[in-house]
Write a protein that binds this ligand. Structure first.
Ligand code: GRF
Length: 217
């Protein structure tokens, strides 16, 4: 690729398997983004070790050390800007940002969510998909807006819900696709290929690739 790689801050709260997928993708010099900083709001989580092993700077900014959401968000914002970040990726980050924070990063924050949005926002979405009798589940990468799990959708991957699925087995099937989807979506944003039209994200050069039927006939 030509031009500088975009500097990315990744925000985590836990094991960081999506962070790992982004770190792995960015080891390719042709990948248009580099991970400049990993921030966790929880001390000691495994995702921090993954970042350190990859030689990436880390910070722990615990929400418990701040009197309110504004001051916590301000500390995150300062850390990201201090590291020269241009894009923010939420990867299992379990805090909700204030509108003020989100508006300071317009169309520059991505999130990955383990459902086919707009279905199943919030928590425990894999279990809720099974309980609702869905036959297709999946994951979504979307632009973060002040409303939870509802910004423009950049990319989605679908998987079947099998008759004997448990929350764990479905989560694992979805997670495998998360790890493929997130690096691609980040690359599109970093390459400047994403155009926002209302609540739609249009990706220059993207094509539809077929139809998914579940159960397949
Ligand atoms: C993933 O399922 C992601 O979609 C959701 O939180 C989980 C984080 O997993 N937002 P990991 O920390 O990336 O392994």
């Amino acid at each position: 690729m030509t031009g500088a790689r975009k500097r990315v801050g990744v925000l985590i709260s836990g094991r960081g398997s999506n962070l790992q997928a982004l770190l792995d993708a960015s080891t390719d010099p042709a990948f248009p983004a580099e991970i400049a900083l990993v921030i966790s709001n929880r001390p000691g989580v495994y995702g921090l070790e993954r970042a350190q092993s990859a030689g990436v700077a880390t910070a722990t900014i615990s929400h418990q050390d701040y009197p309110n959401r504004d001051s916590f968000d301000g500390a995150i914002d300062a850390a990201l800007r201090g590291a020269g970040c241009e894009i923010v990726c939420l990867a299992g980050f379990m805090r909700i940002f204030t509108p003020g924070f989100v508006n300071r990063w317009p169309n520059r924050i991505l999130n990955i969510h383990p459902s086919l949005l707009p279905s199943f926002t919030g928590l425990h979405v894999q279990r809720r998909a099974i309980e609702a009798g869905a036959t297709i589940a999946g994951c979504t990468v979307h632009i973060v807006t002040p409303d939870l799990d509802s910004g423009p959708i950049l990319a989605q991957a679908a998987v079947p819900v099998l008759p004997d699925d448990t929350e764990d087995s479905l989560s694992a099937r979805i997670l495998e696709q998360e790890h493929r989807l997130y690096p691609s979506a980040l690359a599109w944003l970093a390459e400047g290929r994403v155009r926002i039209d209302g609540n739609r994200a249009l990706v220059d050069g993207a094509t539809a690739s077929g139809v998914l039927l579940s159960p397949s006939l």
